[in-house]
Design a protein around this ligand. Structure first.
Ligand SMILES: CCCCCCCCCC(=O)SCCNC(=O)CCNC(=O)[C@H](O)C(C)(C)COP(=O)(O)OP(=O)(O)OC[C@H]1O[C@@H](n2cnc3c(N)ncnc32)[C@H](O)[C@@H]1OP(=O)(O)O
Length: 203
């Protein structure tokens, strides 16, 4: 996996997990594939029983290491997607303090209907991508205050799409970011967000 080119903010100065076990990043990818496969499948009763038993076993294994937010690995890995299996993964190809360019591919699990990505998956992607970018490059921690999405044309699943994020301006504690998703030259989504730097002591 390609590492993130920029600093990942460490929320509220809590320590990042020190040890990432061998194979964990591959497991995260498998887990995403599982969610795509689950969405795409139409199992019969026998296949459903088998899949259900295997997932029950998986849950049992994972529960053996259940821990608190500050020790979990998901969401905190220094790789695209941070090991968070809910969020569409943005792969960054180039980034400055002002602009970030990359790609995203909405897998089958993000299907809304008729080959289009779910309208809720798109703001999810932008909140995470904007959140990381607005907080990167040594900037103080800020939270999303608002997020605006314009669905300009259908966003296809299972297609490599380009993502551009721009850090437009900063006014006091307010940071304004904008972004877009394109399928080739075709504009699929325009987005904008306001991030507000937390007051001292705020969480
Ligand atoms: C490992 C790292 C990877 C990170 C990726 C994930 C990142 C994901 C980011 C998130 O999803 S954060 C979760 C979603 N967001 C929240 O839960 C935020 C909930 N809301 C809050 O905590 C507070 O409302 C917030 C910190 C956003 C603002 O509260 P404050 O008390 O600090 O703001 P304040 O009332 O002092 O307002 C400051 C300025 O912002 C303006 N403002 C506040 N909320 C606004 C709003 N919603 N819309 C527009 N303007 C707003 C407000 O009018 C004012 O403008 P002026 O300075 O011009 O007077």
């Amino acid at each position: 996996m390609d590492p993130l080119p920029t600093h990942i903010p460490n929320w509220w100065d809590k320590p990042a997990p020190v040890t990432i076990p061998d194979g964990y990043a591959d497991f995260v990818e498998q887990f995403r594939t599982l969610q795509d496969a689950m969405t795409a499948a139409a199992p019969d009763a026998e296949q459903t029983r088998t899949a259900s038993r295997l997932v029950a076993e998986l849950i049992e294994v994972l529960k053996q290491s259940e821990t608190d937010e500050w020790s979990q690995l998901s969401g905190r890995l220094p790789v695209p997607g941070r090991g968070q299996t809910l969020i569409p993964v943005v792969h960054i190809n180039s980034e400055t303090e002002h602009e970030s360019r990359g790609t995203v591919r909405f897998g089958r699990q993000f299907l809304g209907g008729n080959g289009a990505a779910h309208g809720g998956a798109i703001p999810l992607m932008f909140d995470d991508a904007f959140g990381r970018f607005a907080n990167a490059h040594g900037r103080a921690i800020a939270r999303t205050a608002n997020l605006h999405i314009d669905y300009r044309s259908v966003t296809p699943i299972d297609t490599d799409l380009t993502v551009t994020l721009r850090f437009d301006r900063e006014e006091g504690r307010k940071r304004y970011v904008t972004g877009e998703i394109r399928d080739g030259d075709r504009l699929c989504v325009e987005a904008s967000g306001l991030f507000i730097v937390l007051k001292p002591g705020a969480a």
